[in-house]
Design a protein around this ligand. Sequence first.
Ligand code: KG4
Ligand code: ZN
Length: 357
Amino acid sequence: MTKKPLIIGIETSCDETAASVITEDGNGIPIVLSNVISSQIDVHKEFGGVVPELAARSHLEKIDLIVKKAISDSGIKLSDIDAVASTAGPGLIVCLSVGLSFGKAIALSLDKPFIAINHLEGHALSPRLNSNLDYPYLLLLISGGHSQFLNVKKLGQYERLGTTIDDALGEAFDKTAKVLGIDFPGGPQIEILSKKGNPDKYDLPKPIFDRGGCNLSFAGLKTAVLKIAKEIKTEQEKFDLAASFQKTIEIILRKKTLEAFKQFEKKNRFKDKVFVVAGGVAANKKIRSMLINLCKEKRYKSIFPPINFCGDNAAMIAMVGLEKFKQKQFSELDYSAKPRWALDEKAIFLKGAGVKL
Ligand code: KG4
Ligand code: ZN
């Protein structure tokens, strides 16, 4: 029997230091042997957001421990590794540099290939970590840094159907939480508080709701929330604002997902229509159930990667590394970190923040 490839993935693009070892079974299905994630929430809490220099310092302090743990949890020896895959972008350059340099050093010392990975490609392919999924599928990526609809055609072929023209959805949740006096990252807390409030109390704006295809915009909504938050006097009003925000987001996502469905169907031929939702905000249960119901209505199969593969992790980076390793798509050791790196290279050349409205 031929030896199955063993790949180590390293992720340090933002505020999670992560490493993972994966291999595959006889049918080419990935097997995650270890998946270690260390979050820096406590480091950034008092600043209300990620501070790049502090994040990089924390990555530097933890990276060797996290990589060692990923190796020991996987039950293999470092010398058994066939290739090293590190996130090279997009992200904070000082943070990316830590994982990128560490990965290159391991590859160099083992004399094994090094593979630079696009973080967004990791998210885009993450559902393949736990389900045998055929291409094409429609992906909604909603995280703290990104919000986009992608037509995932196959490895290396991604078409952006829509994106945010200002804030990412996770960012909108976190900023709303901040004005309500909730610690960073406040997204999960907004969901909890919203259960105690009246979702119809405040009529919040829905920017570019009836135009702009499946592109998204949250800046106007955030400003409206800020204005109302200044007037708030009681705890109940705080709950009502959280509930109204949560409801507005659900209405926006429903409408824009329907639009994305239409565009996706025009562009592809398929047996089954599949809709995948990934990124940290996919953990929001109310958004999940709304999207699951929408999929039932429109006969899509809905897939949500498990929570530990939804947010930032290194298993998704190792998996893209595995696919590229099999195709011998290696990178040079002078590969540099890319703060911006679009999955759909053509999309960034469109006018107006990359979006046609
Ligand atoms: O994907 P992720 O772990 O990291 C990146 O940003 O790449 O996403 C983190 C984001 C944060 O903005 C966080 O507030 C948001 O996901 N988030 C949520 C929930 N859980 C995490 N937003 C709303 N509801 C949630 N339950
Ligand atoms: Zn991410």
